[in-house]
Design a protein around this ligand. Structure first.
Ligand SMILES: Nc1nc2c(ncn2[C@@H]2O[C@H](COP(=O)(O)OP(=O)(O)O)[C@@H](O)[C@H]2O)c(=O)[nH]1
Ligand SMILES: [Mg+2]
Length: 325
């Protein structure tokens, strides 16, 4: 039996960071797989997790549980058919629907293979003060469906965030465990806790109406199309991403400044630079960069924002940062 944990949390709350921490502390004799689903068409989390030592299956371009859950079933079946592993960690998009995903994992077809264990939800308490996030149905559902709440980014909390968290605990925590941490540094033993949360989530509205785009097209780049742009929109958010072929190198300082200053909520990417490659991960003012040991086959960068941004302006600035343009 493969043990399965769902790791949810809103956009930028620290899911991938937590996965990286857990993978760094996994028992050496175990094989783990990761199914990662992203809102944007250009998958970035896969590249961020590429050196983590786990089997990886990415589903970019919207919510994997939408379109009757077909993308999720295809991804999951492919993993199960092609590989042997002991544990599966699933990172849905920050706008994902935990109810549908959990229902699918509990479906009869998977019962001989999968044992669903504790579901973890990442919470950045600063998001509780943002009404747009606090009222977001996905944000609420993720927390409601979790067995364990991980209050993350403790290094960033102000007094008001502690108060907002305390208030949330009074209203919503119930009997569930809540762990305060930073950079997702949690005890991997939490994954072995059983799934206990059997509360029924309210039936959501308008869940499955957004369109899936043609995400994988962005992966096919050649000399005639040295870069591609892909766009996704739904659930009140916009994502615009760019992929560049392996010949394209970026100005290191320029690309970091572009990512830091872009007037948007979320930027993430893995970019080829003269020195090798750099991964960029920004949520609001939380900005994290890291050099990569193995340069990725291409460069890819994506923006997520709660409203329509000036994509063309951002794009023309980005294109100017190519060293060989
Ligand atoms: N300051 C701070 N930044 C964090 C912490 N955890 C994650 N981050 C940063 O928050 C951003 C989003 O993290 P990520 O794990 O990609 O979020 P995800 O979208 O939920 O997968 C990245 O820049 C991370 O480096 C934390 O505890 N403290
Ligand atoms: Mg992520």
């Amino acid at each position: 039996m493969i043990l399965v944990n769902l790791i949810t949390g809103f956009l930028g709350s620290g899911k991938t960071t937590t996965l990286l921490h857990l993978l760094a502390h996994k028992p050496a004799h175990e094989n783990w797989a990761i199914l990662v689903n992203e809102f944007g068409e250009i998958g970035i989390d896969g590249a961020l997790l590429a050196e983590s030592g786990a089997l990886l299956k990415e589903i970019p371009g919207g919510c994997m549980c939408c379109v009757n859950g077909l993308p999720m079933q295809v991804g999951l079946n492919m993993l199960l058919r092609q590989h042997q592993f002991d544990r599966l960690l699933i990172e849905p998009t920050g706008l994902g629907h935990p109810k549908q995903i959990l229902a699918m994992l509990s479906a009869e077809a998977y019962q001989p293979w999968l044992t669903l264990q504790a579901s973890l939800a990442l919470l950045d308490p600063r998001q509780l003060s943002d009404a747009r996030i606090r009222e977001n149905e996905n944000f609420r559902d993720q927390l409601a469906a979790a067995d364990i709440i991980i209050a993350n980014k403790q290094d960033r909390w102000q007094e008001e965030d502690r108060q907002a968290l305390a208030q949330w605990q009074t209203e919503h925590q119930g009997a569930r465990q809540l762990i305060c941490t930073e950079y997702g540094r949690i005890d991997p033993a939490l994954l072995d806790q059983p799934r206990r949360n059997l509360r029924t989530l309210p039936q959501g509205e308008a869940h499955h109406q957004h369109q899936r785009g043609s995400g994988l097209a962005a992966l096919r780049l050649d000399r005639h199309a040295p870069w591609r742009r892909a766009f996704n929109q739904g659930q009140g958010y916009y994502a615009c991403g760019w992929a560049f072929n392996s010949d394209t190198l970026f100005d290191t300082v320029g690309i970091l400044e572009w990512a830091r200053l872009a007037p948007v909520e979320r930027v993430k990417g893995v970019m080829r630079i003269a020195e090798g490659a750099v991964s960029i991960n920004r949520q609001g003012a939380d900005f994290h960069i890291e050099t990569r040991q193995t340069p990725p086959p291409d460069s890819r960068i994506e923006i997520i924002h709660h409203s329509d941004a000036d994509w063309n302006q951002l794009q023309s600035e980005l294109l100017k940062l190519r060293l060989n343009s």
